[in-house]
Design a protein around this ligand. Structure first.
Ligand code: GZL
Length: 351
């Protein structure tokens, strides 16, 4: 949506202010180079060079570690297009917080209109978010959460209730075991966690651990770091299967790590899924994950919606119109079992 005249004036005024501050910032940064007479100074774009009338949205993405992540990046790219009235900046941090902090500082120096941050882990953001606030640049946090002293350091957060996702999985497991006549049986669970300290890992882990706490016949026999990737999960699960095959459930905190667990189970000759010995639970409900679930390879897949682009755009348009967006916006999510799924349904979901 192209902004109105009044919001345009506001933004240009803001942008000139930001650029003056940025030029000063650059000058300080470049001073040593200039004084030493080497290197070329890259002055900030003047107002006439900037793409006037477009809203600059600068996104710092976690990485490209999973199918979910790729869909999340795509949703942002296809929302913030020039045709829609935006100048879009994108940086993939390759899973490292230090890369995200560097990226945010560059966005601040560039004097962008909005920063969107998907924080790889929850802690360590206070300082750089303070710098963005001082620069007058609103920060919208998506997907994972930041744990900061001062909540005014970000304008809004939109994402999933990860603990609720875990609780949905536990509720389903409880019912499933009941239907199988196994509610009194000793249930041994292998827990494959996501990126340590990420909101998705913290929430999904809490959901499972609380569930185990409430069922004295459930036991987590091992917690291994799958880091949301197929390769790492395969390595970790293979190692466990060399020590024991006495496992009833493998709880994987995303689809990619579930695929790693499947690889390890197949190599060990252990059956899994709806007709196998091991119950497989996964999260994300990506196209690949739901297809595996439809084929009976996964018993349950809990949805985690990555399509944050449209929601972030709504927040930006509210700010542009002088409104105050809701601080915390949870997305609605559900779960899937094999009998619920068809090729058409999977196709219709778009990721
Ligand atoms: C969840 C997101 C997680 C996904 C993983 O919202 O942060 O990160 O569950 C992704 O697939 O790597």
């Amino acid at each position: 949506m192209i902004p109105t005249e009044s919001t345009n004036k506001n933004r240009i005024k803001n942008r000139v202010k930001n650029r003056i501050r940025t030029a000063a910032g650059f000058a300080t940064l470049l001073m040593p180079t200039l004084l030493s007479g080497c290197g070329s100074s890259t002055m900030v774009q003047t107002e006439t060079e900037a793409s006037d009338g477009l809203i600059s949205v600068a996104f710092s993405e976690v990485g490209a570690e999973s199918d979910w992540r790729v869909a999340n990046s795509e949703s942002m790219r296809t929302t913030f297009t020039t045709e829609n009235g935006y100048e879009f900046y994108f940086e993939d941090a390759k899973g490292k917080q230090e890369n995200q902090i560097t990226t945010l500082r560059n966005y601040i120096l560039q004097g962008v209109d909005y920063i969107v941050l998907d924080p790889v882990i929850e802690t360590g953001w206070d300082e750089v978010l303070e710098e963005a606030k001082d620069a007058g640049i609103p920060v919208i946090v998506v997907d994972r959460m930041v744990d900061v002293e001062d909540e005014t350091l970000y304008t809004a957060w939109v994402g999933s209730d990860f603990q609720k996702e875990g609780e949905m999985a536990v509720e389903w497991l409880e019912t499933y075991l009941e239907e199988q006549g196994r509610s009194e049986e000793e249930i041994k669970i292998l827990h494959v966690t996501g990126t340590a300290g990420s909101s998705a890992q913290l929430g999904r882990t809490a959901g499972l651990e609380n569930g185990v706490e409430a069922h004295e016949n459930w036991e987590i026999i091992a917690q291994v770091a799958g880091e949301f990737t197929q390769a790492k999960a395969y390595e970790e699960v293979s190692e466990i299967l060399q020590q024991t095959s006495d496992i009833d459930v493998i709880y994987c905190e995303n689809d990619d790590s579930a695929f790693g667990a499947i690889q390890a189970l197949e190599e060990a000759g252990i059956t899994y899924g709806t007709d196998g010995d091991v119950i497989l639970i996964s999260f994300d409900a990506t196209e690949a994950g739901l297809t595996a679930c439809m084929e009976g390879k996964l018993n349950l897949n809990v949805e985690c919606n990555p399509m944050h682009g449209p929601r972030v755009e709504e927040i930006i348009q509210q700010i542009e119109a002088g409104e105050t967006p809701e601080k915390t916006q949870y997305v609605e999510e559900t779960w899937f079992t094999p009998e619920m799924l068809t090729g058409e349904l999977i196709e219709s979901r778009g990721y």
